[in-house]
Design a protein around this ligand. Structure first.
Ligand code: 9MR
Length: 327
C-alpha cells in the first residue's frame, strides 16, 4: 500500500489544523498533525475563556503546550483569538473603573498574549466574528460597550501590532458564503477599518460549510474578499454532512463534501500567491470536531474517527496536485 502523501508537501501555502492540548499528547494524533500540517491553531485554549481567570490573572499552560508542540515539530502557530463577542470573562466584566483602566487591561492582555508567541505565531485573529448574522450591522459585546465599535478594533489591533510587528493581524468571520448581507457587512467593515488606519493585515474566511451547499459559493466569496489585496486565511474549514436538508445518502453527502473541499483548495490556490496566507481545517479527525458534539453522526473533516483519510482528503490531495501541475 502506498502511504498517502503529506498534505503540506503538496501545498505551496501553509496548511493548518485546529488542535487541543490534550490530544497533542497522544502520539498517533500528534504524528498525524505533524505529518500533514505546517501550522496549528488552538481550537479554544488560547481564547480568553481559558486564559483569563476570574481574578483577572492569566494562565498560559495549555497555550504554551500547544506552542511547544509546534516548536518541537517545526510547525507554525496561528493565534486564535484575542477578542470575541462570545468571550466576556469575569476578569474583565467586573472591571467597573474608568474607561482608561478597562482599555489598559485589554492592552495588557493583548500585549501579553501576542508577545509571548512572537516569532512562532504567523498571525492572530484579533477580532473574531464581529458581524451580526443577518448582516444588519456589527455585534454588541462587552468590548464594544466599553470602548465603542471603532475603539475596540483600534485598541486591540494597535496593541497587537506593537507586540509583534511581523504578525499578520486578522478579522475573521463565518457564513460569508451563504449570507450575502453578512458578506456585504463584513466587506464594509474591512473598508472602514482600512480607512480608519487600523493595522488590519489580513482577512479571515472561516468556511464552515455543509455538504448540500451550492457549488461556486466558496469560490465567489474568496474572490470577493481578495479584492482588498490583503492576505486571505481560509481559517476554519469543515463541511457538515448532516446540516442542511439531509436529502443525500451518506455516500452522496461524503462525495459532495469532498467536492466542496476540492473547490475551496482550488479557489484558494487561484488567489495571487502573496494573498495565500493559509488554508486551515477546523480539526483533525471527525471525532475531534465541535460539530460531532452537536450531532454524533456528523463527519465534517478530512480524517475519520480512527485517523484514516476520507474521500475529502483524497479530493484535497488531487486538487493540490492539479494546481501543482497547472502552475
Ligand atoms: O471548535 C471550537 C469548540 O471546541 C469550542 O468549544 C468553541 C468555544 O470556544 O469554539 C469552537 O471554535 C469556534 C471558533 O473559535 C470560532 N468560529 C466558530 C468555531 C466553531 O464554533
Amino acid at each position: 500500500m502506498i502511504a498517502e502523501p503529506p498534505l503540506k508537501s503538496l501545498a505551496p501555502f501553509r496548511i493548518g489544523t485546529a488542535v487541543r492540548a490534550a490530544e497533542l499528547t497522544e502520539p498517533a494524533y500528534g504524528d498525524l498533525v505533524a505529518r500533514h500540517f505546517s501550522q496549528i491553531t488552538a481550537e479554544w485554549e488560547m481564547k480568553m475563556e481559558y486564559v483569563v481567570q476570574p481574578d483577572g490573572s492569566f494562565r498560559f499552560d495549555r497555550a504554551d503546550a500547544i506552542a511547544g508542540f509546534a516548536q518541537r515539530r517545526g510547525l507554525k502557530l496561528f493565534g486564535h483569538t484575542l477578542l470575541w463577542y462570545a468571550n466576556e470573562p469575569e476578569g474583565f466584566a467586573r472591571l467597573d473603573e474608568t474607561r482608561q483602566s478597562f482599555e489598559g487591561a485589554l492592552r495588557n492582555y493583548v500585549t501579553a498574549m501576542v508577545s509571548r508567541y512572537r516569532g512562532l505565531a504567523t498571525g492572530w485573529d484579533v477580532v473574531n466574528e464581529p458581524v451580526m448574522e443577518n448582516g444588519e450591522g456589527l455585534r454588541e459585546s462587552l468590548w464594544t460597550r466599553k470602548l465603542g465599535q471603532t475603539g475596540h478594533f483600534k485598541v486591540a489591533f494597535e496593541a497587537a501590532k506593537a507586540a509583534d510587528p511581523a504578525a499578520v493581524l486578522f478579522v475573521n468571520d463565518y457564513h460569508l458564503e451563504s449570507r450575502p448581507a453578512k458578506l456585504a457587512a463584513y466587506m464594509r467593515l474591512i473598508e472602514q477599518l482600512l480607512k480608519d488606519g487600523v493595522p488590519l493585515g489580513g482577512i479571515g474566511c472561516q468556511t464552515h460549510c455543509w455538504s448540500e451547499m451550492a457549488p461556486g459559493a466558496i469560490t465567489a466569496t474568496l474572490k470577493a474578499l481578495a479584492g482588498f489585496g490583503l492576505p486571505i486565511h481560509l481559517s476554519e474549514m469543515d463541511v457538515s454532512t448532516v446540516q442542511g436538508g439531509m436529502l443525500a445518502s451518506r455516500a452522496e453527502a461524503e462525495q459532495r463534501q469532498a467536492r466542496l473541499y476540492a473547490e475551496a483548495v482550488e479557489a484558494f490556490a487561484a488567489l495571487p500567491e502573496r494573498q495565500q496566507f493559509a488554508f486551515t481545517v477546523w480539526g483533525l479527525r471527525d471525532r475531534d470536531s465541535w460539530l460531532k458534539r452537536e450531532n454524533a453522526s456528523d463527519r465534517p473533516l478530512l480524517f475519520d474517527d480512527a485517523g484514516r483519510p476520507k474521500p475529502a482528503f483524497s479530493a484535497v490531495v488531487n486538487a493540490l496536485r492539479r494546481r501543482g501541475s497547472a502552475g
